[in-house]
Write a protein that binds this ligand. Structure first.
Ligand code: SAM
Length: 316
């Protein structure tokens, strides 16, 4: 059916993200010891502005993730929505800043692939076994559950099923919980994504939600971005919410979040530690600075908090 084709195109975006991250790490933009186990080939060359864009995305997300873990002293949970082949869990394990439990959710088909990689590659499976207290680790084709890490196959548009699965894997709504969505909500209709944001706000009294996605899409450059995805049958169903930083903030406030911040990636990029930015800008020559600026102005990071336990999350 049409909706199967549409979902398939959305699932394919998972490969885009992981091959771009794999390429950028192979060039030295940042270190990821685990991307190689999910994407074997380095793949074809990506333009320097794309690599710099991913650098800003990963650095920006990591700064906020690490700030939340610090604020909660790791006494918290992380739920990565539409995680794809993301490797954050392994980074946190190596850096000794693991939350109590790290959950990932994606379509069952993506989850099955990820589990296969984990099962067959010791550098991926070892940290799970090491952090697991019994010898019974739940591992079937569609889910994996250990003490500190779990992957769930579910559709984020089906909230009752999502809730049931998270419960089955012992999520604790009272614990401070960090939700991540990196280029995910934009593939859902505004109705579906706002229901999801509402459900999180209603269910988790102490939580932070970090969302990375497109913004300022109502100009010529945004139009071209939309057309490029449509050419691959990929519909940005949520693009209406991506008109401005204000509309990004408003969606959280109207879903019951207490406070919210949003920055476009041009701003985020300019706030990153300058020595490291100078280092990566030497990796590849970039002739057209304007193109990078355009690209960065069309993505944003938005983070919203609810702070029943008064942890001071709003200062993040
Ligand atoms: N967050 C990862 C990253 O940034 O590397 C992957 C991003 S990829 C662009 C989008 C991911 O969201 C895909 O893995 C896709 O399968 C997942 N996704 C989109 N809509 C979803 C839905 N309704 N339910 C579950 N997963 C979904």
């Amino acid at each position: 059916t049409d909706s199967d084709t549409a979902d398939e195109a959305v699932r394919a975006t998972c490969d885009d993200a992981s091959t771009c991250k794999r390429f950028a790490t192979s060039k030295g933009y940042w270190t990821d010891l685990y991307a190689q186990y999910f994407v074997r080939q380095i793949g074809e060359r990506k333009a320097p502005e794309i690599n710099r864009g991913y650098y800003g995305r990963v650095r920006g997300m990591n700064l906020l993730i690490d700030a939340f873990l610090k604020k909660t002293q790791c006494y918290c949970q992380v739920v990565n929505l539409g995680a794809g082949l993301d490797t954050t869990f392994w980074r946190l394990k190596d850096e000794n800043i693991m939350p109590k439990k790290f959950f990932e959710v994606d379509f069952p088909m993506i989850v099955a692939r990820k589990i296969h990689h984990i099962k067959t590659k010791p550098p991926l499976s070892k940290p799970l076994i090491e952090t697991h207290s019994t010898d019974s680790l739940l591992l079937d084709g569609h889910s994996l559950d250990s003490d500190r890490y779990c992957i769930i196959g579910a559709d984020l548009r089906d909230l009752p099923a999502l809730e049931e699965k998270l419960k089955k894997f012992q999520i604790n709504p009272e614990l401070p919980t960090l939700f991540l969505s990196e280029c995910v909500l934009v593939y859902m209709t505004p109705e579906k994504s706002s229901k999801l944001l509402n459900w999180v706000a209603d269910t988790f009294p102490t939580a932070m939600f970090i969302n990375y996605e497109q913004v300022n899409m109502n100009d010529r450059f945004g139009q071209i971005m939309i057309e490029n995805l449509q050419r691959r049958q990929c519909n940005l169903a949520g693009v209406d919410v991506c008109q401005s930083l204000d509309s990004q903030k408003e969606r959280f406030l109207s879903a019951g979040w207490e406070s919210v911040n949003a920055l476009d990636m041009m701003t985020v990029y300019s706030m990153l530690p300058w020595e490291d930015v100078a280092r990566i800008e030497r990796l590849e020559f970039l002739d057209e600075k304007e193109l990078l600026h355009q690209l960065l102005q069309h993505y944003c990071i938005c983070w919203a908090v609810k702070d029943k336990l008064s942890l001071g999350e709003a200062s993040i």
